[in-house]
Design a binder for this molecule. Sequence first.
Ligand SMILES: [Fe+2]
Length: 192
Amino acid sequence: MTILQVMAEDDARVLLRTTDPEKINDELGPHGMWFERWQANAPLPDDAGEDEVLEAYREDVDRLCKQGDYRLVDVVRLHPDDEDPGWPEKARAARTKFLDEHTHDEDEVRFFVEGSGCFYLHLGDRVYAVVCEAGDLLAVPAGTTHWFDMGERPAFAAIRFFQEEDGWIGNFTGSGISARFPSLDELVAGGQ
Ligand SMILES: [Fe+2]
């Protein structure tokens, strides 16, 4: 389920929690975020490849590329593999990479094809946690302080949009703020 939970920066008290896409858009839009719900133009098999995924959302992908001047598009996929003894370590490494607060010099734009993930947007004295699920597009403008949690068992496929080949690098703030907020798993379970 798509969730927006707005919390106070200082003590993470919940100021708003909603699952209404229209309300989520109303809250995020004034801060320059784009939140959209997309429909596939054909059913996608679980093992769909990159070309198949992009084709299923072709109109929206092309529109967004024009809108945001995104020149590169790819599909990233991460799923638990319990037969791989190295999976827990791989999952942990993937999760912790962007779990601390950071910014990017270009927009961070993700469309969730499968699964879920949570963006935490640190805007003024509030933190906006946006749990995205399949069908959700979120565009976070360059320079926005944020972090991302893919959960303890990362399971998602997402289309990523880039302006430059090497523009998407994390500039970490070192604030330590992310440790004070509920994880993706806690948010989905019902809040803090
Ligand atoms: Fe990021």
